[in-house]
Write a protein that binds this ligand. Structure first.
Ligand code: APR
Length: 235
């Protein structure tokens, strides 16, 4: 994959890009996500059924985030963002803040952010540090106990889909990093990019579910392969 003919780049990242920072991926070998079934902690139904459990889960994710730092893959993507002269959009499915801590600016969190809250009373979204729990007070309207983590759960619409879809259609190069390709709509971006004439590259520990859609697949750890790919592109 050379730089020739590439101006617009869209990069999709998933849990694999944060794995080497010490954050668990979703679909690990035991099929559990930090000891929970996804449907027990990541659906609106789960939140209605047992808000205490869901808050405890995301409070723990938020606390864990304080103990980890961006790895070489996040840093390389931030370097690319800073130095790439053309259009670039980094779309992450991750709810951690490691991309922005590394310095990425042209970034969309399509599945929300664990360090943000969303008040179901006034509709506002805001930064949130520390525990949220069931009795949190909304900093906008003062309502008590109606703040939820600003996470896109299963069955909910990911954020900024129109902007993402346009960028994927317009890109010359689509790169997927550290995602299993199990969750739509993100899993379908590669097909849109291809259909619209973009080149496609996958960087992942193992072939993703949609691996055969990519022009090129590089298998290995993101913290090793992503800096190498960024060097190639910026050379
Ligand atoms: N480097 C590169 N890839 C890695 C690494 C690594 N160090 N470690 C793991 N991977 C790969 C795994 O092989 C796997 O294919 O990263 C992928 C992670 O897949 P998932 O755990 O399914 O995570 P992701 O694709 O981000 O999940 C998508 O599912 O539960 C929802 O909303 C949640 O955003 C999440 C979505």
């Amino acid at each position: 994959m050379t730089r020739e003919g590439i101006r617009n780049i869209v990069i999709l990242t998933g849990a694999g890009v944060s794995a080497e920072s010490g954050l668990a991926t979703f679909r690990g070998p035991d099929g559990l996500w930090e000891g929970h079934r996804v449907e027990d902690v990541a659906t609106p139904e789960a939140f209605r059924r047992d808000p205490g459990l869901v808050h405890a889960f995301y409070d723990a994710r938020r606390a864990k985030l304080q103990t980890v730092t961006p790895n070489l893959a996040h840093e390389a993507l931030a370097r690319l963002d800073e130095q790439w002269p053309g259009e670039l959009l980094l779309v992450t499915q991750n709810v951690d803040d490691l991309h922005e801590r590394a310095g990425s600016n042209r970034l969309i969190h399509m599945h929300g952010q664990v360090k943000k809250g969303w008040c179901l009373r006034c509709g506002n979204r805001f930064a949130w540090d520390g525990a949220m729990g069931t009795g949190a007070e909304c900093p906008s309207c003062g309502g008590i106990g109606q703040v939820r983590p600003d996470i896109v759960w299963f069955g909910e619409m990911p954020y900024e889909m129109e902007r993402i879809d346009q960028a994927v259609r317009d890109c010359d190069l689509f790169v997927s990093i550290g995602t299993s390709g199990a969750v739509y709509p993100a899993a379908g971006f590669v097909q849109t990019a291809r259909y619209c004439g973009g080149r496609t590259l996958e960087i992942n520990l193992e072939p993703s579910m949609g691996s055969f859609f990519f022009d090129e697949s590089r298998m290995g750890k993101a913290a090793e392969l992503v800096p190498r790919w960024v060097d190639e592109l910026l050379a």
